[in-house]
Design a protein around this ligand. Structure first.
Ligand code: FAQ
Length: 323
């Protein structure tokens, strides 16, 4: 099944075969290379959703910058949130190499017609949530993005290499927050456990629906954008995280979890997909709040965009006058 957002005209079979042969040889596709229209549209869809996620993803953590418990914590949280803005910028730039304007993509986000990751529609109600987001959300993003660093489209893959380096720092600072809280007073330990309880299932949902319910995976895999499936990456994340939780004396909130000796996988209970789709469709705990915050930021920033455009026009004028 082809998702409606990426329907495109049939391609010249010879060019398509040459393109697929390049992918099979492991070559990277660059912006000026020929590509099937559906490849281009799939990338615009996925990369713009990713860029929006980075930018909306600043909001849950931005909520805690003024309340960080020490100067050191405040500095690292500010640096992390700033990094996420940078990630949005790289990915919007990468998306523009496919012939779209980021302004139009941002308008889609503000109009509520573009998706962003479900994970950022949950509230951050305690300081421990800064730890859980770094550990679990950035941890899940690294698993997904390490795979995307090998994607067939060059600008996206290269952006992922740099982003993954920064996400590693984010994950470590989050895990360190959780380690300190878990080893602290009984109240601090309880705060860390409560945070893990609330973020665990939404983190597993970040990887997307089961493979059988993932309409985009077929094309993305065929064209080397996705090198691993949603379920494979989710399993990899679970396997890594179980040992980490144990190391800091926290319990994953899934009584049905079992280690399967034969497959060497930690098997987990069923995910609540109704909850996932409710959030994806705009009815999660914070969807409205997140979009309202982005719309306000966009409106408040209008003067900056106007000033930048006026400055650019003056620069062009003086360059032309000097020529
Ligand atoms: N949330 O056919 P599939 C981060 C949608 S960055 C919302 O399986 P696909 C860093 C999907 O778009 C996190 N929607 O889709 C950070 C599709 O709808 P469409 C973002 C979701 O593309 C950390 C429909 O469901 N990362 O965390 C979700 O093959 C801390 C059917 O799904 C990326 O975007 C979801 N979780 O696989 C920042 C990575 N899952 O478009 C701040 C790049 C699925 O047909 C703080 N993206 N949907 O209407 C990907 O790897 C893929 O796009 C997936 C989805 C795996 C997300």
């Amino acid at each position: 099944m082809t998702p409606a957002s990426v329907v495109a005209p049939a391609e010249d079979p010879k060019r398509l075969a040459d393109f697929e042969a390049r992918i099979a040889r492991g070559e990277t596709i660059e912006p000026k290379d020929w590509m099937p229209e559906r490849y281009r549209r799939q990338l615009i869809r996925m990369m713009s959703q990713h860029a929006h996620s980075e930018v909306v993803g600043m909001l849950p953590e931005g909520n805690w910058i003024t309340r960080a418990p020490s100067l050191r914590r405040k500095m690292s949280l500010m640096a992390k949130v700033q990094d996420e803005a940078g990630h949005g910028l790289y990915i919007y730039c990468g998306t523009e190499t496919l012939g779209v304007d980021r302004h139009d993509l941002i308008l889609q986000l503000l109009a509520g017609t573009a998706k962003y990751s479900s994970i950022f529609n949950y509230p951050t109600i305690s300081w421990a949530d800064m730890g859980a987001i770094g550990w679990l959300v950035d941890g899940a993003a690294i698993v997904n993005q390490t795979m995307l660093a090998k994607a067939s489209y060059g600008p996206y893959a290269r952006a992922m290499v740099r982003i993954c380096k920064e996400e590693n720092f984010h994950k470590r600072q989050g895990f360190e927050i959780m380690t300190v809280l878990s080893g602290g007073t009984p109240e601090q330990h309880a705060m860390a456990q409560d945070s893990l309880n609330r973020w665990w299932w939404p983190s597993l949902m970040m990887f997307g629906p089961h493979d059988a319910d993932s309409p985009n995976s077929g094309e993305l895999s065929r064209w080397g954008i996705k090198r691993k499936s949603n379920d494979e990456l989710r399993q990899r994340f679970v396997n890594m995280t179980v040992a980490q939780a144990k190391a800091i004396n926290l319990t994953i909130p899934d009584e049905g979890m079992r280690f399967n000796e034969a497959t060497a996988n930690w098997e987990f209970s069923a995910i609540n997909w109704d909850d996932f789709w409710r959030v994806v469709k705009g009815d999660g705990p914070c969807n409205r709040e997140r979009l309202a915050a982005r719309r306000k930021a966009h409106d408040d920033g209008a003067w900056v965009r106007e000033a930048a455009a006026a400055h650019a026009a003056k620069q062009t004028e003086s360059t032309e006058a000097a020529a």
